[in-house]
Design a protein. Structure first.
Length: 160
């Protein structure tokens, strides 16, 4: 059985293949800080997203901001990077389920959620689009698929 490449190897490959800029990131995060964020949110992040946070923290990648863990900026300033705890807590007040984490969004009304349902495998932890009136639908099979689709500017995955 072949092992999956690391998130960093995958992103490096996608940067080259799709003529993208390298990610701008907040920097690596120790496992203890990742566990602290999970504890605050009451969820466990899938392996690939934990690896992303551990390697990049938070990042601007493929024209998207991917929330992770980063230093929180002065409340008077617009932050460069999004913190997964801050984003998730804000959207929980708007009605997202407690089993998801907010990982990204765009300039429109799209908010991307990572399924962190207890017991779900890394391969099955879908990325969901949360829209108007609390509707959710899948846009990527998992975190890796989400990054691939964003790098290639592919349409959302709508399958099961």
């Amino acid at each position: 059985m072949m092992t999956e490449p690391t998130i960093q190897m995958m992103i490096d490959r996608l940067v080259v293949e799709n003529e993208q800029s390298p990610p701008d990131c907040s920097g690596p995060v120790p496992d203890s800080e990742i566990r602290d964020a999970e504890q605050v949110l009451g969820i466990t992040f899938p392996k690939s997203y934990r690896e992303f946070i551990g390697t990049y923290g938070s990042a601007l990648i493929f024209s998207y901001s991917i929330a992770g863990i980063c230093e929180r900026s002065d409340p008077e300033e617009c932050p460069l990077f999004d913190h997964v705890v801050d984003q998730t807590m804000f959207y929980r007040s708007c009605g997202i389920p407690p089993t998801v984490a907010v990982i990204s969004g765009d300039e429109g009304d799209n908010v991307y959620l990572l399924d962190c349902t207890p017991g779900i495998s890394d391969q099955d932890a879908a990325i969901l689009n949360w829209g108007d009136e609390g509707t959710m639908f899948p846009v990527a099979k998992n975190f890796r698929d989400f990054l691939e689709r964003k790098a290639r500017r592919q349409a959302p995955w709508m399958g099961k």
